[in-house]
Design a protein around this ligand. Structure first.
Ligand code: NAD
Length: 484
């Protein structure tokens, strides 16, 4: 296995200009298993220069069809390498192997979906009357910068790089500091499939590198996924050069409203609550973190959920049967443990978890699936994004109260309703102040459908046919047909 990873700039792999290498830690064992070069301001300059040069090079001669076929060929390469990519993702990020494989599949799906759209971008003509021709060209933005977080490194890379390339842009990508190996491995597949030099550049590094990239006037589009605080900084950086911000996918604190007929119908919502604890160890912006449960269902819901939560199997993601891996980093583990302490201090009642899983020694960033009951909207554990295997449950008297409480949050990414009453389902969907609603389950987080938030959860949409348009700009051309 490769244990030393480098930057990918202008089609070449090399070390960072100041030689800095950062150890990569397996979050399940806390052992260093690889090292990665970090980029500097000089490397950022090299990458931006290469990306700008590539706009007028070989890449500009690739037809949309060729760009689309290329993305589909990378998707096939991703599928051929699913085991290696999934293992690398598990080793550096912690999620169980089957969840890592699912993310690899998602990455391939983004490449295919946007590859398929590459040759479907059109301009238009506008009738201004006799003697005139007016037409509108749809052009790539130019150099786009993509700043990614650590929770879904492959998925998030592909959901913005694929439409950017489909539309003819060039890309400079900065993965999260802790988790960048799998992104570099993916970049090597783009290289093997023949991406022209400079079209895709990947530079691992920390916040300083992100700042340099987002402040540069050569950048004509920024895609950011991460926290609200960093999102604000990126918007400020973009304001300097009036750089278009294509999308900001920020935090979430999704509400789930449980209004099934009676306790015999709790299997679905309870299963989803357990699933949202375990999937990616709760490190998902769409995690259903606040459960508003009708009062007559409250006690059976908690009883069933406590059993399901205790039946989850924490452990290293490479161990068969494990469905709850460690958190991705020590920094994040300490943050989540801090929130558990806050929940206890705030008076919430623990019905499962509340610390490290039983029987685990000190090694690995493991947190037991944790459920807090008897919560209310005034608590920090209900208001703030914890981003771990921790959820809160709140009893409510009626659907209007549930909707009001669900909307009483500064985030507005996603929400879920459980009911067999269709009228309630649709009316609640229209009242929830979020960008994404699911009814009787959780799905449709990307590819063919628009995904993104309102309020502090961000702006812009990723996925769906319109997403690719955000990576283009319109140019109007007017012609005087009567000139001699
Ligand atoms: P973060 O904001 O700490 O970091 C995100 C990225 O920004 C990293 O690559 C980081 O190095 C970089 N960065 C830091 N400072 C920067 C600066 N000044 N300029 C430019 N870049 C800078 O977020 P994180 O902890 O890596 O990720 C977790 C957050 O991401 C959570 O809030 C989560 O909800 C959010 N998220 C949202 C979605 C979504 O689709 N809405 C998806 C995944 C994660």
């Amino acid at each position: 296995m490769n244990t030393s990873y480098q930057l990918f700039i202008d089609g070449v792999w090399h070390e960072g200009s100041d030689g800095t290498k950062v150890p990569v830690i397996n979050p399940a064992t806390e052992e260093i298993f690889a090292e990665v070069s970090w980029g500097t301001t000089e490397d950022a300059n090299l990458a931006l220069k290469a990306a700008q040069k590539a706009l007028s090079g070989e890449w500009s001669n690739w037809s949309p069809t060729r760009r689309g076929r290329f993305l589909v060929s990378v998707a096939a390469a991703v599928r051929r390498n699913v085991s290696e990519l999934a293992m690398l993702l598990t080793n550096e990020q912690g999620k169980p192997l089957y969840q890592a494989s699912s993310e690899v599949e998602d990455a391939a799906r983004y490449l295919e979906y946007f590859g398929g759209l590459a040759d479907k971008l059109t301009g238009m003509t506008i009738d201004l009357g006799p003697g005139q021709l007016d037409y509108v060209l749809r052009e790539p933005l130019g150099v786009t910068v993509h700043i990614a977080p650590w929770n879904y490194p492959l998925d998030i890379f592909c959901r913005s790089v694929a439409p950017a390339l489909a539309a003819g842009n060039t890309c400079v990508v900065k993965p999260a500091p802790e988790i960048s190996l799998v992104t570099l491995a993916l970049a090597s597949l783009f290289q093997e499939e023949g991406i022209p030099a400079g079209v895709l550049n990947v530079i691992p590094g920390g916040p300083e590198l992100g700042k340099v990239l987002t402040e540069d006037p050569r950048v004509r589009g920024i895609v950011f996924t991460g926290s609200v605080e960093t999102g604000r900084r990126v918007l400020e950086a973009a304001a300097r050069n009036i750089t278009p911000v294509i999308s900001m996918e920020l935090g979430g604190k999704a509400a789930a409203l449980v209004f099934v007929k009676d306790a015999t119908e709790l299997d679905g919502p309870v299963g989803n609550a357990a699933g949202t604890l375990a999937w990616n160890a709760g490190q998902s912006c769409g995690q259903r973190a606040r459960w508003y449960v009708r009062r007559d269902l409250y006690a059976p819901f908690l009883e069933q959920l406590a059993i399901r939560a205790r039946n989850l199997l924490p452990g290293p993601g490479t161990r068969p049967g494990v469905n709850l891996g460690p958190l991705a980093s020590k920094r994040h583990y300490e943050k989540v443990m801090g929130y558990i302490r806050i929940g206890i201090e705030e008076g919430a009642r623990l019905i499962a978890g509340g610390g490290r899983p039983e029987g685990f020694d000190e090694r690995g960033f493991f947190v037991a699936p944790t459920v807090f009951a008897d919560c209310h909207n005034g608590m920090r554990i209900v208001r703030e994004e914890i981003f771990g295997p921790v959820i809160t449950v709140i009893p409510v008297d009626n659907i209007d109260e549930a909707v009001a409480l669900a909307n009483d949050n500064s985030f507005g990414l996603s929400a879920e309703i459980w009911t067999s009453d269709l009228a309630t389902a649709h009316s609640v969907a229209s009242k929830l102040d979020v960008g994404h609603v699911t009814i009787n389950g959780s799905a449709a987080f990307g590819f063919e459908v628009p995904f993104g938030g309102v309020k502090l959860s961000g702006l812009g949409r990723e996925g769906g046919p319109e997403a690719v348009l955000a990576y283009t700009r319109l140019k109007n051309v007017w012609v005087n047909l009567n000139s001699k």
